[in-house]
Design a protein around this ligand. Structure first.
Ligand code: NAP
Length: 317
């Protein structure tokens, strides 16, 4: 039986593993299908403190993994199929590893950015297609950018990207935006933002020197058009990876784990959540790492028997 099982190996899970290992709790860390998480799909990371020249996403994750291993974290590869939090010890069923038992569990399975699923998209991720304006906007200084989506994320990213881009075209499949009025207004007031509404994305179009733009269907005329740009930012939402929990952990309407504010406690004492799986707001590597540290310290306290679990105020909100 393990003292703690950490599920997920993005910055949150690996930071939790470093802290747990250094506290002599020998955590077992389960790596899923994408060890290292979302950062392994990016190139240069320039905003993670401590790397003045930047660091490649996969290198950063490899470093974190080595750091956790150095202090005794154990890694196993497998897909967590289900969990049973109704009894103690907790049970975690992993494809290929069977049923594992743990006194505490840290969930750091992240969220996956949603993609459009159109031709030219996946093969150009990191080469002109991105799902993270904060991470990649800087690479498009003085260039033309498209943001796809009609929600708050798209408005926020469009406004943010005007800091770098010569122009930002917002492409949305309907005439009406889903975004809140204040976010819409902010984007509309920005003279660098132009609008291509009622356009359904069909393909990321690539020329000899890279991404050329987005081929869309104009839903008014039914005709195909090319919206020209050097970069395409897809901002159509995220999906938290919480399906395997089988409804045992309280989530919000979008599936994100609800934690007791200011902590990583879930509704079940001994089960903690950190990183993007519980974060609808910041979604940064550094903020995920911060909550990973918090989860490890919360788990440590719980295992010592010194944690006061008080959900009385937060759960009903
Ligand atoms: P969202 O509200 O779900 O919006 C997703 C947008 O993408 C929608 O406009 C949707 O179009 C479009 N879309 C979805 N699938 C598509 C597809 N296959 N092809 C083309 N377009 C597609 O997601 P979000 O903007 O990421 O926001 C998620 C949550 O975070 C919201 O609650 C939001 O308020 C919150 N958030 C808040 C802030 C803030 O307050 N600062 C910032 C960001 C996010 P349709 O409208 O046609 O469905």
């Amino acid at each position: 039986m393990y003292k703690t099982i950490v599920i997920g190996t993005g910055p949150a899970g690996l930071t939790a593993a470093i802290y747990l290992a250094r506290a002599n709790l020998s955590p077992l860390v389960i790596e899923g299908l994408q060890p290292g998480g979302q950062l392994t799909t990016t190139t240069e990371v320039e905003n993670f403190p401590g790397f003045p020249e930047g660091i490649l996403g996969p290198d950063l994750m490899e470093n974190m993994r080595k750091q956790a291993e150095r202090f005794g974290a154990q890694f196993k590869n497998g897909w967590v199929e289900s969990v049973d939090f109704s009894q103690r010890p907790f049970r975690v069923k992993v494809d290929g590893l069977g049923e594992l038992e743990a006194e505490s569990v840290i969930i750091s399975t992240g969220a996956s950015a949603r993609y459009l699923g159109i031709p030219g998209e996946q093969e150009n991720v990191g080469r002109g297609v991105s799902t993270c304006a904060t991470c990649d906007g800087f690479f498009f200084r003085g260039k033309k950018i498209i943001v796809v989506g009609g929600g708050d994320s798209a408005m926020e990213e469009a406004s943010f990207l005007t800091r770098f881009a010569s122009s930002v075209t917002l492409v949305h499949r309907r005439e009406e935006l889903r975004a809140s009025k204040i976010m819409q207004d902010r984007a509309r007031e920005n003279s660098k933002v132009t609008w291509a509404l009622n356009r359904t994305p069909l393909a990321v179009t690539v020329g000899e020197t890279g991404v050329k733009g987005l081929t869309v269907r104009n839903n008014e005329t039914g005709l195909e058009e090319l919206v020209e740009a050097d970069g395409v930012f897809v901002a159509i939402g995220h999906t938290p990876n919480t399906g395997f929990l089988g409804g045992q952990i309280t989530t919000d309407a979008n599936g994100y784990i609800v934690v007791n504010p200011g902590t990583t406690e879930t509704n079940i004492p001994g089960v903690f959540a950190c990183g993007d799986v519980q974060d609808t707001r910041y979604r940064q590597a550094i903020s995920a790492a911060g909550t990973g540290c918090m989860a490890a310290m919360d788990a440590e306290k719980y295992l010592e028997g010194t944690m006061v679990h008080d959900w009385s105020e937060s759960l009903d909100k």
